[in-house]
Design a protein around this ligand. Structure first.
Ligand SMILES: *Cc1c(COP(=O)(O)O)cnc(C)c1O
Length: 358
C-alpha cells in the first residue's frame, strides 16, 4: 500500500527523488561522488541566497538530533553560557544536549505550546551572563512557529550569538540570515527539503568554524567535515544515497520556485486540512497565525481516541502523528510537508470526514 506521510518527517518523496537515491552506485572517494557533494553544498547555501564567502554548509550523517548535537558541540566554546528558549520537546532537547556534554546552560521555559516570552528573553540577555542563545524555530511538538526574527534581533542587540534548530523549517519558513547574531542553524534532508533520511546539515558562519574549540567528539565535529568538504574530500563514509537524493530534491525545490513557493503551498494545504477539521468540529491547538506552515496540531475529537483516528486514516493510506508526552491524550498532528498532490488532498479530506464523522 502506498502511504501519504502526514507525520513531520520523513516525508512522502517525489518519484524523481526516490529514483535519484538509487540512480547509481558511487564510491565516496571518487570524483563522481564529490561532484554531487559540491552540488548539494552549493544548493543548500542557495536556498536562502547565503553568500558562500560568509557561510558554510556542512554535511554530516545522522538524524536531525545529530545535526543539533554537531552544531552545539562544535561551535560552543568551553566558556559558553547558553540561554535555551524552551516551549516544547525540541527546546528541551537542546538543553539535554548541553547537559550531556557539560555545556553550561539555563532554560527560559514556557509551557509546551505557549509563546516564548520575549521580554523575559531580553531581560535575561541584559544581565550580560549569557554568550549564546539556543532556540527552536518551528517547535514541532505543537506546530508553534517561534518568532526567530525577534529572537535574533534581541541577540544582536546584546551581542550574543544564536544557534537555531531549523530542522522543521529550513526550506519553508523565513530565516533571518542577515542578522549578525545568527551564527548557525541545523537542519535535515528529510523534512521541508523533501530528501531521504540519513543526512544532517549545519549552515554556519565561516568564522564560527574557525574558533579554536577543543573537539568534544570525532564523527560530529563540524570543522573536520568542513575542512574535508572544502577540498573535495570526506573524513568518513557519507550517506551517499541521501546526498544523491538531496541533489535532486534541491533541484526540484528550485524549479518549484524556492522556499517562498514551498511555504505558499504548505500554507494552502494546512488551511485545507484545518477547514475540513473545523467543519467536523475539531479545533486547532495553536491559532493559525502563530502556527508554522509545516504542521498544525488539533484537539482530539471527544468521542474518538487517537488510536482509532490513526488506524482509520491509515486504512485509507494516510499516516498522522500523535502528540508527545502529556499531549498524547489531548492532540493529534497533521503535517503537510512532502510530495502531496491535490488528488491526495481531496482523498484526505474525504478520509477525515469518514473516520471522524463516521
Ligand atoms: C524532527 C525534528 C528534530 C530532529 O529529530 P530527529 O528524530 O533526530 O530527526 C529536531 N528538531 C525539530 C524542531 C524537529 O522537528
Amino acid at each position: 500500500m502506498r502511504f501519504i506521510l502526514l507525520n513531520p518527517g520523513p516525508v512522502s518523496l517525489s518519484e524523481g527523488v526516490r529514483r535519484a537515491a538509487t540512480r547509481v552506485d558511487l564510491c565516496h572517494r571518487e570524483p563522481e561522488y564529490f561532484e554531487v557533494q559540491d552540488q548539494v553544498i552549493e544548493g543548500l547555501l542557495d536556498v536562502y541566497g547565503c553568500d558562500s564567502g560568509q557561510w558554510a554548509a556542512v554535511l554530516t550523517g545522522g538524524s536531525g538530533t545529530s545535526a543539533l548535537e554537531a552544531m552545539m558541540t562544535s561551535l560552543l566554546p568551553a566558556e559558553a553560557h547558553v540561554l535555551v528558549a524552551e516551549n516544547g520537546v525540541y527546546g528541551e532537547r537542546l538543553s539535554r544536549i548541553a547537559a550531556v556534554y557539560g555545556i553550561r546552560s539555563q532554560a527560559l521555559r514556557a509551557q509546551w505550546g505557549e509563546p516564548i516570552n520575549l521580554d523575559a528573553l531580553d531581560a535575561q540577555l541584559a544581565t550580560g551572563e549569557f554568550t549564546h542563545v539556543a532556540a527552536v524555530h518551528h517547535e514541532t511538538t505543537t506546530g508553534r512557529l517561534n518568532p526567530v526574527a525577534e529572537i535574533a534581533a534581541a541577540c544582536s542587540k546584546h551581542g550574543v550569538s544564536l544557534l537555531l534548530d531549523a530542522v522543521s523549517s529550513f526550506g519553508a519558513e523565513a530565516i533571518p540570515f542577515e542578522e549578525p547574531s545568527l551564527m548557525a542553524m541545523a537542519a535535515t534532508a528529510n523534512k521541508c527539503l523533501h530528501g531521504i533520511p540519513g543526512l544532517a546539515m549545519v549552515l554556519c558562519r565561516r568564522e564560527a568554524l574557525q574558533q579554536e574549540i577543543e573537539p568534544r567528539g570525532l564523527s560530529l565535529h563540524l570543522p573536520g567535515w568542513a575542512e574535508h568538504q572544502a577540498r573535495q574530500s570526506t573524513p568518513f563514509t557519507p550517506a551517499v544515497n541521501a546526498v544523491l537524493a538531496l541533489a535532486q530534491a534541491l533541484a526540484e525545490l528550485r524549479q518549484q520556485g524556492g522556499w517562498r513557493a514551498r511555504r505558499a503551498r504548505y500554507m494552502e494545504l494546512a488551511a485545507r486540512v484545518a477547514d475540513t477539521c473545523r467543519e467536523l468540529g475539531i479545533a486547532e491547538w495553536i491559532p493559525a497565525g502563530e502556527s508554522s506552515c509545516v504542521l498544525r496540531s488539533y484537539h482530539l475529537p471527544v468521542d474518538l481516541g487517537y488510536d482509532e483516528l490513526h488506524d482509520g486514516l491509515k486504512q485509507q493510506g494516510f499516516i498522522i502523528y500523535a502528540g508527545q508526552g502529556d499531549l498524547a491524550s489531548k492532540l493529534f498532528r497533521i503535517s503537510t510537508m512532502g510530495e502531496i498532490s491535490d488528488r491526495d488532498m481531496a482523498r484526505l479530506e474525504q478520509a477525515l470526514k469518514t473516520v471522524i464523522a463516521g
